[in-house]
Design a protein around this ligand. Structure first.
Ligand code: PLA
Length: 410
């Protein structure tokens, strides 16, 4: 029996809602107003609000072109030089974990793909184990664990009253989780809140995780973007590694090297022995093969060249500081503009305390919608704005929009 051409077998498939973050960029592109501003996705823009390809990336690409490298398949685990460079960037080249060969590193499809691969490992080898994620967190974390069929629940993180960290709540919830849970932590520059634990708080978090035999699972998507220093931003992960703990770490080069579309990142599993690391790596490869076979080479070569060459590495650090510095400048200007324009006496200083690419404004859904519908400021509905998409020239306009939305919409 054949089916009539105008009767679709896909009739039962409903329209999916737009993605809460990437859908914002789609809506932005469709807006023709010249005042429009895209503060949705966390993508770095220049002061002229143009996308930015790092100079050091262009240099690395020129080198690659000169060498005339081929397009053969990579091994399932990715480019060896990249895997070495990325683990060293994370832990430091002289970290005992590296010398002892206790780390399984597999190149992934950027941060998201690396998180997804780790989730598949959890699902297969820790059946029933739960992942604890912060409330709130990057929206895609829930999708990733749902699709991998890994159960998750939330731990308290953000306290709207103090516009800061609910440290007591966080520790209590991690303590209360079933022994051997995976605790997802943002290595630095927590998305969306921009609030990180202090070094002392990290120690206490490590204490509870160790006490409860949990496994820390770091998402490091912004190394270098919190402080401007690659080493300083890896301090949380290194602190856990120094305790001899087993840890999972997903890395991304989307933001810090501006390699968004190259889809380059890694999953690292620090194990208590080299033998365990070898076995874990073999299973990660086994999971990757039927999903995407092997990863793309271009971004891996860029990272390997930049991190592996002292001169280029130095240039990257300088550019990284410039990008982080520009965001700090717009953060300050936005705060100054809000304080100058808002006569209500509201304290906006929380904006200065937050770090990284984002500011969590405290605007609710209706207020965020007003930002978009009336002011053409595109942002996520949780009140997050990406300062990486803001220029000094647009700070006053943005302050007007925020003040109007905050005071005139409930
Ligand atoms: N982890 C966190 C905490 C992130 O914020 C992001 C990206 C990723 C992982 C994954 O990025 P990658 O796959 O490109 O490496 N978050 C962005 C973009 C910048 C997005 O939602 O995909 C954001 O606007 O939140």
């Amino acid at each position: 029996m054949t089916v009539g051409v105008n009767v679709s077998r896909f009739e039962g498939i409903a329209m999916a809602p737009p993605d809460p973050i990437l859908g914002v960029s789609e809506a932005f592109r469709a807006d023709t107003n010249e005042k429009k501003l895209n503060l949705g996705v966390g993508a770095y823009r220049t002061e002229e609000l143009q996308p930015y390809v790092l100079k050091v990336v262009k240099k690395a690409e020129n080198l690659m072109l000169e060498r005339g490298e081929n397009k053969e398949y990579l091994p399932i685990e990715g480019l060896a030089a990249f895997n070495k460079a990325t683990a060293e960037l994370l832990l430091g080249a002289d970290n005992p974990v590296m010398k002892e060969g206790r780390i399984a590193t597999v190149q992934g499809l950027s941060g998201t793909g690396s998180l997804r691969l780790a989730s598949a490992l959890i699902e297969r080898y820790f059946p029933g184990a739960k992942v604890l994620i912060s409330s709130p967190t990057w929206g895609n974390h829930k999708n990733i664990f749902n699709d991998a069929r890994v159960p998750w629940s939330e731990y308290r993180y953000y306290d709207p009253k103090t516009v800061g960290l609910d440290f007591e709540g966080m520790v209590a919830d991690i303590k209360a989780a079933p022994e051997g849970s995976f605790i997802l932590l943002h290595g630095c520059a927590h998305n969306p809140t921009g609030i990180d634990p202090t070094p002392e708080q990290w120690e206490k978090i490590a204490d509870v995780i160790q006490e409860k035999n949990h496994i820390p699972f770091f998402d490091v998507a912004y190394q270098g973007f919190a402080s401007g220093s690659l080493d300083q931003d890896a301090a949380s992960v290194r602190l856990f590694a120094a305790r001899g703990m087993e840890i999972l770490v997903a890395q991304s080069y989307s933001k810090n090297l501006g390699l968004y579309a190259e889809r380059i990142g890694a999953i690292n599993v620090v194990c208590s022995s080299a033998d365990a690391a070898a076995r874990v790596k073999s299973q990660l490869k086994r999971l990757a093969r039927p999903m995407y076979s092997n990863p793309p080479v271009h971004g891996a070569r860029i990272v390997a060249n930049v991190v592996g060459d002292p001169a280029l590495f130095g240039e990257w650090k300088a550019e990284m500081e410039l990008m982080a510095g520009r965001i700090k400048n717009v953060r300050q200007k936005l705060y100054d503009s809000l304080m100058a324009k808002d006569k209500s006496g509201k304290d906006w200083s929380f904006i200065l305390k937050q770090i990284g690419m984002f500011s969590f404004t405290g605007l609710n859904k209706a207020q965020s919608e007003n930002m978009t519908n009336k002011w053409h400021v595109y942002m996520t509905k949780d009140g997050r704005i990406s300062l990486a998409g803001l220029s000094l020239a647009k700070c006053e306009y943005l302050a007007d929009a925020i003040i109007d939305s905050y005071h005139n919409v409930s």
